[in-house]
Write a protein that binds this ligand. Structure first.
Ligand code: NAG
Ligand code: NAG
Length: 88
């Protein structure tokens, strides 16, 4: 029984470390999202999903939405957008 309880504690610690990185003092912070054109913004200690405006991608180095040619999307999902519609 003791061993089972230990596993539960470890599992909870992992979930907390993954889900709640936002500073509890409300400090503004940004995290990359699984999708390249989205990011998380910390608001009052909670993660909120934001989407980059236009066709910008989130650049985690500068914590800003940046031009796609500046951003490395490796390991993240490429947004599905029809660029042909955007011809000006
Ligand atoms: C963020 O942008 C800078 C310059 O615009 C670029 O050098 C850097 O590789 C970018 N980082 C990512 C993670 O895309
Ligand atoms: C992009 O990021 C991946 C994973 O972090 C890395 O392996 C790759 O070298 C990077 N590519 C460029 C062009 O920076």
């Amino acid at each position: 029984m003791k061993a089972v309880f230990g596993y539960v504690l470890i599992a909870m610690a992992v979930v907390v470390a993954y889900c709640c990185d936002c500073p509890k003092d409300g400090t503004e912070k940004y995290y990359k999202h699984e999708d390249c054109d989205k990011f998380y913004q910390c608001a009052n200690g909670e993660k909120v999903v934001m989407i980059c405006p236009g066709h910008l991608y989130f650049n985690e180095t500068v914590n800003l939405c940046d031009w796609p040619e500046n951003v490395n999307c490796t390991g993240r999902n490429m947004p599905v957008r029809n660029v042909l519609v955007e011809v000006k």
